[in-house]
Design a protein. Structure first.
Length: 605
């Protein structure tokens, strides 16, 4: 029994000693620095593996608990001290003031501030001073309310207020806002379209009078006539035809004085008719003047102004935009006609500065240079203008040598270079073509001569510039010769002497759609067609007018389009105007035709 009791006591003593050693080891581990590999682990009490395996107990850290208790006590004392001192050190506002107070100064305050320094004083008058207006920088937003219902209960499925407008009538209904200029512009365009459509319907119902028909001429496919069968056009010859450069379908025809002087407004008046070739049944407008018209043209930018030169030296201008109510009207064969008087005339200018000889040529001068090539000529910018050539223009005498100037050459026609309107050429009655400029003094060459050196009494009857950019021009003469010049050479590149058998050239013009083709009309009413790519020695076609004499000719077409539509406008001695559409082989352009033509000209030069 004693041995068993000793064993129990020994086992208890050993257990107590084991517990004490574990507590001592744990305390040593806490107060000693931890190894680096355990710094990132949770700081929890860790028992030795041997202890854990042998004993599981609870560790209590009295030292750390004592430190936390001390910290709480100190924090409680500081909080109490703070609460006691806070009411004693509270701040208060004693006073406030502004360092700078400068209100903005308006214009009136500045005026009042300086008022006493000037010799002025104020005065008050009764001037409705309470009627004040104030400008704002923003625009009012116009609103419009509308309603709709689908499906509708009746025929009306939508509605609402009228357009909001401040300008209201007396009864409160809003006055509609109308743009009269825009409306007039729309009506002009719409009326023109409607008139053309009505004209086409009229052509369909009256085929014998207006429809384009087959022609007996071998150079054309079809033709039609302008309706010159108006009572006021009977017995009048046509000295001049002109096609607008910008509106290709618009044509001017000048009609001289009537053969038999009658009674009335038109008895001693010359007429100019404005035609739209798509409406051949009647002229669009009829212009009248007191003297015989020698030449006419449109303004270069828009076909709104018509210029004319007369036999007594007057220059006339019509503005086609004027209201027809400003001009006299007459009822002729149940149709009311408006005869427009000139808007401007030089008749009232003193004789010392006015023309005393007939105006032989009136030419438009373009405001823009259409070509990108200067060809060695100066380039300038110009205002829109129309220049004229009189029977004896003294300013052109300086272009000729002294021995020639003694013969007093007369200028018969004038043309301006389209690619550079500063340069112009004038035809004379001695076979020479003068070269001048509007601004510069020196030009090279001054004269363009024929191939033969001697001068003869030959008049330059027609001149036309090449319309495809290169500085070339044709010259037609009274002896039937035709010359092709370039602006940089005194003598012609080509000259044809016997093509018309001595008949004078009346009209000469390049084709508007083909660079290598030009047309000529002689005094015997023969029409010649030249195609320089096919034959550069003789014309490729000749057409004799079978019925009556042709007094003048011009061409119309649309070079901007590729359809090759080219027409010849022929004015006959009876006053009839025919339009012949040329066959396609002379109207449709060929590939690289301009370059081929220029190579031929270089070889001939």
């Amino acid at each position: 029994a004693e041995e068993n009791l000793r064993e129990v006591q020994f086992s208890r003593t050993s257990e107590i000693e084991e517990i004490q050693r574990a507590i001592t080891a744990e305390n040593d581990r806490i107060f000693n620095p931890l190894p680096k590999k355990l710094e990132n682990e949770k700081k929890e009490p860790v028992m030795d593996c041997s202890v854990r395996s042998s004993f599981c107990g609870i560790f209590m850290d009295f030292q750390m608990a004592n430190q936390r208790q001390s910290s709480r006590s100190v924090a409680s004392k500081q909080k109490k001290r703070t609460s006691e001192l806070l009411p004693l050190i509270d701040l208060d506002f004693s006073a406030s003031f502004s360092l700078l107070d400068l209100p903005p100064v308006n214009e009136y305050d500045m005026y009042i501030r300086n008022f006493g320094k000037m010799n002025t004083k104020q005065a008050y008058v009764q001037c409705n001073e309470d009627n004040l207006d104030r400008d704002i920088q923003t625009e009012e937003v116009e609103t419009l309310e509308k309603w709709t219902q689908h499906p509708g209960e009746s025929a009306l499925v939508s509605g609402g207020e009228e357009h909001f407008n401040l300008n209201t009538s007396v009864n409160g209904a809003p006055t509609p806002k109308i743009d009269s200029q825009r409306l007039a512009k729309f009506l002009r365009s719409a009326c023109q379209v409607v008139a053309v459509l009505l004209e086409e319907d009229q052509v369909a119902t009256q085929p014998r009078k207006l429809r384009s028909r087959q022609t007996s001429l071998s150079i054309s496919d079809s033709c039609f006539q302008l309706n010159t069968n108006q009572p006021f056009l009977h017995g009048r010859k046509i000295p001049c035809l002109y096609v607008s450069q910008v509106q290709r379908q618009t044509l001017l025809s000048a009609h001289g004085l009537p053969e038999k002087a009658g009674v009335g407004l038109l008895s001693r008046k010359s007429l100019i008719c404005v035609w739209n070739i798509w409406q051949p049944s009647s002229p669009q407008k009829v212009l009248i003047c007191d003297s015989e018209v020698m030449c006419c043209c449109f303004s270069p930018s828009k076909a709104t102004l018509v210029f004319a030169g007369t036999a007594d030296g007057s220059l006339l201008v019509w503005d086609l935009r004027e209201d027809s109510r400003m001009h006299p009207c007459m009822m002729i064969t149940e149709t009311e006609w408006t005869f427009r008087v000139p808007t401007f005339s030089t008749d009232g200018i003193l004789n010392s500065v006015n023309h005393t000889s007939p105006i032989l040529a009136v030419e438009p001068v373009s405001t823009s240079l259409n070509s990108d090539h200067s060809y060695g000529l100066s380039r300038l910018s110009y205002q829109e203008a129309v220049l004229m050539s009189s029977f004896a223009f003294a300013i052109f005498l300086s272009l000729f040598p002294k021995d020639i100037s003694q013969r007093i050459p007369q200028t018969l026609n004038i043309k301006f270079l389209s690619s550079n309107p500063n340069h112009f050429i004038v035809g004379t009655n001695i076979g020479l073509v003068g070269h001048g400029t509007r601004h510069d003094l020196k030009v090279v060459p001054k004269l363009f001569r024929p191939q033969e050196s001697r001068l003869r009494s030959i008049s330059i009857t027609a001149i036309d510039f090449f319309p495809f950019g290169k500085p070339l021009f044709l010259v037609g003469c009274s002896d039937g010769s035709i010359r092709l010049h370039q602006m940089t050479s005194e003598y012609p590149l080509m000259q044809w002497n016997g093509s018309t058998k001595g008949q004078p050239i009346i009209a000469l013009q390049w084709a508007l759609t083909r660079p290598a083709v030009f047309f000529a009309l002689d005094a015997s009413s023969n029409i010649y067609i030249w195609d320089l790519l096919e034959n550069d020695l003789l014309p490729v076609a000749k057409q004799t007018m079978p019925s009556e004499r042709v007094v003048t000719m011009t061409l119309l077409g649309e070079p901007e389009k590729a359809n090759g539509l080219l027409g010849i406008v022929l004015a006959k001695e009876s006053g009839q105007i025919d339009i012949q559409y040329v066959k396609k082989k002379w109207a449709l352009p060929q590939p690289e035709e301009s370059d081929k033509l220029y190579s031929i000209l270089l070889q001939s030069f």
